[in-house]
Design a protein around this ligand. Structure first.
Ligand SMILES: *Cc1c(COP(=O)(O)O)cnc(C)c1O
Length: 239
């Protein structure tokens, strides 16, 4: 293991944990109720090993092509793998093999595909409904939308709940670019609350990244997805 890299990641982890503690203090929340997921996309498996040695239990990836071999390489580590990226239905089989939590379920068809694959793999996946917090902006966009329109969240949740291989865990969102994260996460918190009225066990709110984790904690996030602040700038590599 590269000890310089390990020291750097250790220092970053201390800094992120301090930010989380301060934000929890300010919000009157217990830091134990907030899980830091280290987003290791574009980073090699040795970084995952370093994180595991430092006590990180949760890692996140956003591309199946990268995540599948990395998860296999780290199969000896006792980690919870979170899939946080756009997911094509034809990747459901692969993701169902290694992911423990899928944050990006945004359509009923994807829920059905994940459910079928989880069952055939003999696994249970926790699934979050990804919410599009700025549906107007993506209305004309062709291709994956990156989240369900808030009006469609309940239908996606029902589709997850109906699958034997899936457990409805809660909601996830990315704050829209250029938007006020506090307003965005406040909207997410409302969606989460509506979902909990119907499914009381679906308590997860996955929100907040390196740049906006304080705003997410203030609005009730239970899971933060932190890449850059832990592992450094991804540079020109497209995440
Ligand atoms: C890359 C990524 C993150 C981490 O972002 P940072 O700004 O590097 O902390 C969080 N969520 C998703 C969905 C991502 O793709």
């Amino acid at each position: 293991m590269d000890s310089r890299r390990a020291k750097q990641i250790a220092a970053n982890l201390v800094a992120v944990r301090e930010r989380v503690e301060r934000a929890c203090d300010a919000a009157g929340r217990d830091p134990a109720d907030v899980t830091i997921i280290a987003v290791t996309k574009t980073r090699p498996a040795c970084d995952v090993r370093i994180l595991a040695e430092l006590g990180v239990t949760d890692v996140g990836e956003n591309r199946d092509q990268e995540a599948a071999p990395k998860a296999a390489e780290c199969g000896d580590l006792d980690l919870t793998w979170h899939f946080v990226g756009q997911l094509q239905t034809n990747k459901a089989r692969s993701v169902a093999r290694y992911a423990d939590v899928v944050h990006s379920v945004d359509r009923e068809r994807l829920a059905r595909a994940l459910g079928a694959r989880a069952r055939s793999e003999g696994r249970r996946l926790s699934c979050l409904v990804q919410v599009d917090l700025d549906p107007g902006a993506s209305a004309g966009v062709i291709g994956p939308r990156g989240g369900a329109d808030p009006r469609d969240v309940m239908a996606v949740a029902e589709a997850i709940d109906a699958e034997e291989g899936l457990v409805l865990g809660g909601v996830m969102a990315v704050a829209p670019l250029g938007a006020d994260p506090d307003a965005a996460f406040a909207r997410l918190s409302e969606v989460a609350s509506t979902l909990r009225d119907r499914y009381p066990h679906a308590t997860a709110i996955s929100a907040g990244m390196s740049g906006d984790l304080e705003a997410a904690i203030a609005r009730g996030a239970t899971h933060l997805r932190v890449g850059t602040a832990l592992l450094g700038d991804r540079g020109t590599i497209v995440g």
